[in-house]
Write a protein that binds this ligand. Sequence first.
Ligand SMILES: Cc1cc2nc3c(=O)[nH]c(=O)nc-3n(C[C@H](O)[C@H](O)[C@H](O)COP(=O)(O)OP(=O)(O)OC[C@H]3O[C@@H](n4cnc5c(N)ncnc54)[C@H](O)[C@@H]3O)c2cc1C
Length: 412
Amino acid sequence: MDCDIIVCGAGIVGVCTALHLQQRGMAVCLVDRAEPGSGASYGNAGLIERSSVVPYAFPRQIGQLLLYASNTRPDVVYQPSALPGLAGWLWRYWQQSAPGPLQRATEAMLPLIERSVQEHDHLVNMAGAHELISSRGWIEVFRSLATFQGAADQARALRRFDVHYRLLDSAALAAVQPGLTERAVGGIHWTDPKTVRDPQALVRTYLALFERSGGRFHSGDAFSLAQRQGLWTLDTVDGPLSSRQAVITLGADAAGVYQKLGYKIPLAIKRGYHLHFHGEERTPLVHSLCDSAAGFVLAPMTGGIRLTTGIEFALDSTPQRDLQLRRTEQIARRLFALGERTAALPWMGRRPCLPDMRPVIGAAPRHEGLWFNFGHAHHGLTLGPVTGRLLAEMVTGQTPFTDPGAFRVERF
Ligand SMILES: Cc1cc2nc3c(=O)[nH]c(=O)nc-3n(C[C@H](O)[C@H](O)[C@H](O)COP(=O)(O)OP(=O)(O)OC[C@H]3O[C@@H](n4cnc5c(N)ncnc54)[C@H](O)[C@@H]3O)c2cc1C
């Protein structure tokens, strides 16, 4: 079976990449070994994060570093045995989080973040996915007045990036989101972002558009990808695929392909969890709420209130642990009535992260016809459509809408 290009991995990034390639006239085969959208794209917090213009950096102040080292916080937890293997990556992340490199990362990411909502809107309109999207923005909630004031100052500094927000005192916050307890002393309502009620359903709706437009999805293992006589081949349950070009959109599993081909790319995994709750009928959750200090989001989803956690560093071989969810759930319950859990077992997802806080997008330098689009870290849902566009423009020889230089794999 032949096509113009094989896209390996059907998460939000792979599906959007496939759609953009298809819209530029290519015959595209999309491959995943599991259900489309069942990786990190399944269980995220659903924020299309137009307001996150500064990437999530490694803390630099000594007080903060000591706090995180104590491993008692809810927003970041680590498994001590994972640290030796992660030390080199964390060191690079720390270096890249210094003011100069962080400023460069912010500038590099800005053209992508700025277009993130409009690029989703484009696909949502084509796919007819409107019922999955809410345009209410999201609210950052504060449990300390000092933190609220500090965050309000930082928000003012972000106005130059054309982000919009409203400051909410406790009364205004209670009016916008009834049911918050008195612990919520203030909020910032970020009004540009949109939110998704079911992230996996969005991936599937985009996939349905791809298939309606003639694209083909196949079950197969991308680790079988190989280059033979100028063609990329891959085994699927429907038979072998071959094509002159291939794209790696495997998220946290991309290393399984690029390492085999001899590339050394510092991709690390930040795990995160979610659980769903029934909530209380009297006070439904209307807005997505984020408690940045504790690293969690409460999001109204079709499956109930979704509580997502911050970051866990652990050995990839370690099964999911309940430490972070326990800490997070305790704080979340004091802020908003969650009701009972809808399921006993949590979901765990793996965020694919590069130490300089930007994805790898572009050509694989030593392999003709091979392309990369992975490493979207905390913002893959946000960036799937816009990075799909950028990669497709590069593959088809169009002028990219922004300079892709900052995303080249050669930077490592
Ligand atoms: C708790 C949590 C909350 C988050 N909240 C947000 C948010 O609010 N907003 C936001 O923008 N981002 C958020 N993110 C990040 C976002 O979910 C990820 O960045 C994004 O899903 C990555 O998409 P992806 O397509 O690259 O990877 P994935 O969705 O993981 O897709 C990779 C695909 O590759 C497939 N695959 C892997 N190996 C193989 C193989 N060998 N052969 C074939 N297929 C293979 C997998 O099955 C999978 O379908 C969150 C993440 C977490 C964990």
